[in-house]
Design a protein around this ligand. Structure first.
Ligand SMILES: [Zn+2]
Length: 131
């Protein structure tokens, strides 16, 4: 049985999973991928539950070749608990210190797993990323 409420919360879950993976979403994508007709309302629901969701207007070209603006929603990516631990270690060890590659290359600063620069490129460090 498929009531309005359950499909509403399923859509919220799907959209939340999409956003948590660090991917932005537009109303058209929400419709195509999740059958969600009212993305704005679902975003409103998620924000009400306490999630931080950014929105911005992006320019798109419609099927007649005309430019128009649509809302695009995104969430800041979240580190996985393991990656967050490594980040915490890193901050504790290296906070405020630059790398020392001029002495030994590459230095432990550069190669440390919690280095934000390394984590930014490591999909497995982020919730919803490819593991
Ligand atoms: Zn270095």
């Amino acid at each position: 049985m498929k009531g309005t409420d359950s499909s509403k919360s399923t859509q919220c879950d799907q959209i939340l999973a999409h956003l948590s993976a660090g991917k932005p979403i537009t109303p058209l994508q929400a419709l195509n991928e999740y059958g969600c007709m009212r993305l704005g309302a679902r975003i409103y629901d998620l924000r009400k539950t306490g999630y931080t969701i950014n929105s911005q207007k992006i320019e798109v070209t419609d099927r007649d070749g005309k430019k128009c603006f649509v809302a695009e929603y995104s969430m800041p990516r979240q580190l996985t608990p393991d990656a967050q631990d490594e980040r915490d270690d890193f901050n504790e060890l290296y906070a405020g210190r630059g790398c020392t590659c001029f002495q030994v290359a590459p230095c432990t600063f550069c190669t440390h797993e919690g280095n934000p620069v390394n984590q930014a490129e490591d999909e497995t460090a982020w919730v919803g990323g490819d593991v």
